[in-house]
Design a protein around this ligand. Structure first.
Ligand code: CA
Length: 224
């Protein structure tokens, strides 16, 4: 498994490279975003560890570039534990988010968890409710025959709801199953993502499929 670290603090980069190499990963690192993107385009990485605060090209814009054409797993590293940063990172398609300073075993656990999830994505599965269909193998969503483009997170969220039709999913469950992060459950990450998902798969259509249980969570069902 090849891992790319993009981190401008050389000591941190070297420390992570050494530690992860000892765990059996093949590790490259770049000290700038430009070099990082260059490496990214020239190798197949299973995972990118991406520092948010980088000179010139910051972690957010690198994340966006990575997401343009790739599903490579990305864990953001940041000095700030601010919720707005977490939401932004997850919204832009990061798979996880780690606040510095972190314990090395914590990082390794997160990496394993993120990589395990990416294996699951390859499973073949077609799910259907009313006129909404998802094809997990092709990563496609259709409503009333129209193809709808979703981000990776929106897709995972919809997949989770469709695997649990009629079952109320709490925010905490959604967070842990879609993002795999031990967030405080009062965050609005889930609400923001549900809103975006609704705008794509529910709002343009007469029949609504995603329903809110105030203070509890969300359920996907065909209420006729
Ligand atoms: Ca930095």
């Amino acid at each position: 498994m090849r891992v790319l670290i993009i981190e401008d603090e050389i000591k941190t980069a070297e420390y992570l490279q050494q530690g992860l190499s000892e765990c059996g990963y093949t590790v490259d690192y770049a000290l700038t975003g430009v070099d990082g993107i260059h490496l990214f385009r020239n190798h197949q990485y299973a995972l990118v560890l991406l520092d948010v605060n980088l000179p010139e090209k910051d972690g957010w814009s690198i994340l966006q570039e990575i997401r343009l054409g790739s599903d490579t797993r990305v864990i953001m590293l940041t000095a700030s534990g601010r919720l707005s940063n977490k939401v932004k990172g997850l919204d832009l398609g990061a798979d996880d988010y780690l606040v510095k300073p972190f314990e090395f075993p914590e990082l390794v656990a997160r990496i394993r968890s993120v990589l395990r999830r990416s294996e699951k994505i390859t499973e073949t599965e077609a799910l259907k409710i009313a006129d909404l269909e998802i094809d997990s193998a092709r990563h496609c969503v259709y409503r009333a025959g129209n193809r709808i483009d979703l981000t990776t997170k929106e897709f995972s969220l919809l997949q989770l709801l469709m695997r649990n039709v009629g079952v109320v999913m709490t925010r905490t469950q959604i967070i842990s199953l879609v993002w795999d992060i031990n967030f405080d459950c009062d965050t609005n990450v889930v609400d923001v993502s549900i809103r975006r998902l609704r705008a794509k798969i529910d709002e343009p259509f007469e029949k609504k499929l995603i329903h809110t249980l105030r203070g509890v969570g969300y359920v996907l069902e065909d209420r006729g």
